[in-house]
Ligand binder design. Structure first.
Ligand code: CU
Length: 154
């Protein structure tokens, strides 16, 4: 008699386990997966580009008479190749990287340095969308630059 009872309990245990598994699989398919795919899906090559573009804010940039400030002033990037930029302030004066018009990247968020970039400091941004951006330095509006990001040709 006691043998029958324990195997009966065992059977219920199996059923509970199967129901629990079915419930978690449905949860995964109905709620977890749809939510996961809502977020922007970005190619691995764009998240980890093989090359990084470097732009320097050169000494003397704080002077309106000096033509060169952001070096180089114009950069063309390709998504999945070199869509990341690092700005380095090699000048003695603090500068900013400020877009002429606000730009928000779906993955990286708002573009532009928060506050100033002091001498020796850097600002970096990963671009994940094809876009053209004009930017400047807030305290020195004659400091201007342009970034053109294109889809990869491959
Ligand atoms: Cu500046």
């Amino acid at each position: 008699m006691s043998v029958v009872t324990s195997s009966h309990v065992y059977g219920i245990g199996i059923i509970v386990l199967i129901v629990a598994m079915a419930a978690s699989i449905s949860y995964y398919q109905l709620f977890y997966l749809p939510e996961k795919f809502e977020k922007p899906e970005i190619e691995e090559a764009i998240l980890n580009p093989i090359k990084v573009i470097e732009i320097d804010m050169i000494p003397g940039s704080a002077s309106a008479e000096q033509q060169d400030n952001f070096m180089p002033k114009l950069v063309r990037l390709q998504l999945g190749i070199d869509n990341k930029i690092i700005w380095t302030n090699i000048d003695e004066t603090p500068h900013t990287v400020t877009p002429d018009l606000p730009h928000e990247d779906a993955y990286s968020g708002e573009f532009g340095s928060r506050g100033v970039i002091k001498s020796g400091e850097t600002y970096e941004f990963l671009f994940t969308e094809a876009v053209k951006i004009a930017y400047h330095c807030e305290p020195h509006p004659w400091m201007t630059g342009t970034i053109i990001i294109k889809e990869s040709r491959f």
